[in-house]
Design a protein around this ligand. Structure first.
Ligand SMILES: [Fe+2]
Length: 134
């Protein structure tokens, strides 16, 4: 699996959230490296736990700012976050239990949603919030 490389087109124009997204990229890359290096399963478990809590932290931060500035796409955005978070939690729990889920399946899902969501829905709040923060 290819590592995720940050590109300018991923930027939502808000430094704080770009930074969060970059950290999420790096966490997924850590999982890719751990898998390639055949790391101890505990390394993968710990990274998944970190990813789960960081995802929650990041979603709460985005939602709070959208709410604060009255972004009209908030409800739709929250719904997508809920679906994504439930998948992240499900995969984290399955990895913790060693239920046979492959790391490739997890990585495909994680890399897919992060790119789709960052390039898709997150781009909608970018222009709206950008000039309210400045
Ligand atoms: Fe988002």
């Amino acid at each position: 699996m290819q590592v995720l490389v940050w590109e300018d087109r991923f930027s939502v124009g808000i430094r704080q959230f770009d930074q969060h997204h970059k950290i999420l990229f790096e966490m997924i890359n850590s999982l890719i490296f751990a898998q390639e290096d055949n790391s101890d399963p505990d390394v993968i478990k710990n990274t998944m736990e970190q990813l789960r809590s960081y995802t929650l932290f990041h979603f709460v931060a985005e939602e709070a700012m959208m709410k604060h500035f009255g972004f009209e796409g908030l409800d739709e955005h929250i719904s997508e976050h809920e679906v994504l978070l439930s998948h992240v939690i499900e995969y984290q729990e399955r990895i913790a239990k060693n239920d046979g889920v492959t790391i490739d399946e997890v990585l495909n899902f994680l890399a897919g949603w992060l790119l789709d969501h960052t390039l898709g829905m997150d781009q909608l709040y970018g222009p709206f919030l950008q000039h309210r923060i400045d």
